[in-house]
Design a protein around this ligand. Structure first.
Ligand code: GUN
Length: 283
């Protein structure tokens, strides 16, 4: 058996088209959705990511600004800029690219962003809203994973979902979203004993560790859905996920590729959150 592929590029394209349509509706009412991105320092990966975020936005009809500051910017000056964006009614979404320089407290910066503009979904208020099932913003990566499950018509109710990785931006919110759809959720991490015994019971596995070959074919129940959040390089320098794709696709029922899986969905969900922020601000 070979697993069916969940094509993140195709689904992201469809979501961007929906965002473009809803954006037209807002513009017809005189509202221009606006995302403000702040980049501090010169991390090359962050420069690429933020450029993508601006291009994705403008291609979908949203407007996006990228403000760049030297790594020497003081935390107080950054907080002042965030507060100014909070107060600007033309700005609907604020994203401070991480990682920040070492002299800054990232969580403090994130928590200075107004929860109504927290399109990354990293604010404690957003995390709390997700936990209790109240409206808020969902972090883009797990949100994209949920859209992928939805796209194949997967019924999560009563299913066993195993999440590998417990980060605040992927693993933990992922578990909450799956729980919100009535899955039975097991969270696994570096201290988990006998990971394989758990993944073999899983109807859905989400691998979000950031390490190659965390999930291999012998760890997967036949027919399971496997979602690979990882973004790593193999020995040849080729992009790969946390899942041994070639092996696992022989066993799984559905699988997401890397590249072309969760990555494009993360980018698309930022657009959805920004549009949503603009719609909520302009009822
Ligand atoms: N750095 C890497 N990914 C992200 C992200 O999704 N949001 C922010 N703000 N920084 C990041």
């Amino acid at each position: 058996m070979t697993a069916q592929l969940i094509d993140g590029n195709a689904l992201a394209r469809q979501i961007r088209a929906e965002v473009a349509g809803r954006t037209e509706g807002l513009k017809a009412r005189g509202v221009q959705p606006q995302l403000s991105i702040i980049l501090v320092g010169e991390d090359p990966a962050s420069q690429v990511y933020t450029r993508h975020k601006v291009n994705d936005s403008t291609e979908t009809g949203l407007s996006a600004t990228l403000e760049t500051y030297p790594a020497s910017l003081s935390e107080e000056d950054l907080l002042a800029r965030v507060r100014a964006l909070n107060a600007d009614p033309k700005v609907h979404g604020i994203l401070v690219q991480l990682p920040l320089p070492k002299h800054m407290d990232s969580q403090k910066v994130i928590e200075t962003i107004s929860p109504t503009k927290d399109v990354d979904g990293f604010h404690v208020a957003s995390a709390g809203a997700l936990m209790v099932g109240r409206p808020g913003f969902w972090p883009c990566t797990p949100y994209g994973c949920m859209k992928m499950l939805e796209s194949i018509g997967y019924e999560l109710r009563g299913k066993h979902a195993v999440v590998i990785g417990r980060s605040n931006i992927v693993g933990k919110p992922m578990a909450m979203m799956l729980l919100g759809k009535n899955a039975t959720v097991t969270m696994c991490h570096s201290a988990t004993r006998d990971l394989k015994a758990l993944t073999l019971q899983a109807d859905v596995v989400v691998a979000a560790v950031g390490k190659r070959n965390v999930l291999t074919a012998d760890m997967v129940k036949p027919g399971a859905v496997v979602i690979d959040v990882g973004m790593n390089r193999n020995d040849e320098g080729k992009l790969c996920g946390d899942v041994d794709f070639e092996g696992v696709k022989q066993v799984a029922g559905w699988i997401t590729p890397v590249p072309g899986g969760v990555g494009p969905m993360t980018r698309a969900m930022l657009l959805v959150n920004t549009l949503e922020a603009a719609e909520r601000a302009s009822p």
